[in-house]
Design a protein around this ligand. Structure first.
Ligand SMILES: [Fe+2]
Length: 294
């Protein structure tokens, strides 16, 4: 059978697609940290059991529809990753053009409309190299979904999609040794890491055509309602709905992702953790995110 993806906490199969041919290959997957395996029946040489006649017909159809959705979303996300990586490279080279993010934004919008839930599952597969890109795509997708649900209008929702893609762009200026450090950051390293929103804002500001909302979200996405966030320690009254949306989507994606020091939390665990911290996060939006993903 053809394996499209393997969801595993230790990332040993991350990003790999392959034809599974022998029993010993199968046992290697079973012995790994794999939690879910996506089989593509159309590329498999054997009946994968997805169309098992003992299953109710409706269930079979749903499984196939979900598999197709996953494959389409994975394809859309890999295309969006490429165009986002190009955009970041352009940015580093000083020739950033926001219009070049349009294909990535379109892929994100289409994916989130196809299935927000599957999109979140796919983003758990991020690898170290693509971490920042896939995180940006995931946040962008969730922000697009929340923008729709919050009736913010087409233009603002489009800006939210772009803001999600660019909110962490300041990280291109943070040394990899700090960005990818497995253990705890020192105080000095944390200060450098915490400079990414302001650095991103200062850089984006130099480029024409970047909407004010995108600049604002880039600068303030790590602020918290009680004033304990950074860089400015703003409080609830100064934090607009679009900024709050970004903060929640950003934290949600971080919690539901695998990190060197933790497993991926479930959607329910992440939502509950944020809901229990109403002093930091807007509870209405946490609930709205839950309804987007249910
Ligand atoms: Fe950030």
């Amino acid at each position: 059978m053809y394996i499209e993806l393997v969801e595993c906490t230790d990332l040993e199969f991350s990003g790999r697609r392959f034809l599974l041919e022998t029993d010993s290959d199968l046992h290697s997957i079973i012995a790994s940290s794999a939690e879910n395996v996506l089989v593509n029946p159309t590329k498999s040489r054997v009946d994968c059991g997805i169309a098992d006649s003992r299953q109710p017909e409706e269930h079979v159809e749903k499984s196939l529809r979900d598999s197709e959705k996953r494959v389409r979303i994975q394809h859309a996300l890999s295309q969006a990753t490429v165009s986002l990586r190009d955009g970041f490279d352009d940015f580093k080279a000083g020739r950033f053009d926001i219009a070049r993010l349009a294909p990535a934004a379109r892929s994100i919008t289409n994916s989130i409309l196809l299935s927000p839930h599957v999109l979140v599952e796919m983003t758990r597969l991020k690898t170290k190299d693509e971490g920042t890109y896939i995180h940006s795509l995931a946040v962008s997708g969730l922000m697009t979904g929340l923008g729709h649900l919050s009736n913010l209008g087409e233009e603002t929702t489009r800006d939210l999609t772009i803001a999600g893609l660019l909110h962490d762009i300041g990280k291109v200026l943070i040394p990899n040794a700090i960005l990818n450090k497995g253990g705890q950051l020192t105080d000095a390293e944390r200060r450098i890491m915490h400079s990414h929103p302001e650095r991103g804002y200062q850089l984006l500001k130099q480029h024409p055509g970047v909407p004010d909302l995108v600049l604002e979200i880039c600068r303030f996405h790590h602020e918290a309602l009680d004033g304990s966030g950074y860089p400015l320690g703003l409080r609830a009254a100064q934090l607009t709905l679009p900024i709050r949306i970004c903060t929640i989507c950003d934290v949600f994606d971080a919690l539901t992702s695998v990190r060197p020091y933790k497993r991926a939390w479930t959607t329910t665990e992440a939502l509950k953790w944020m809901f229990d911290r109403g002093h930091l996060f807007d509870r209405r939006l946490v609930l709205r995110l839950g309804s987007l993903l249910s």
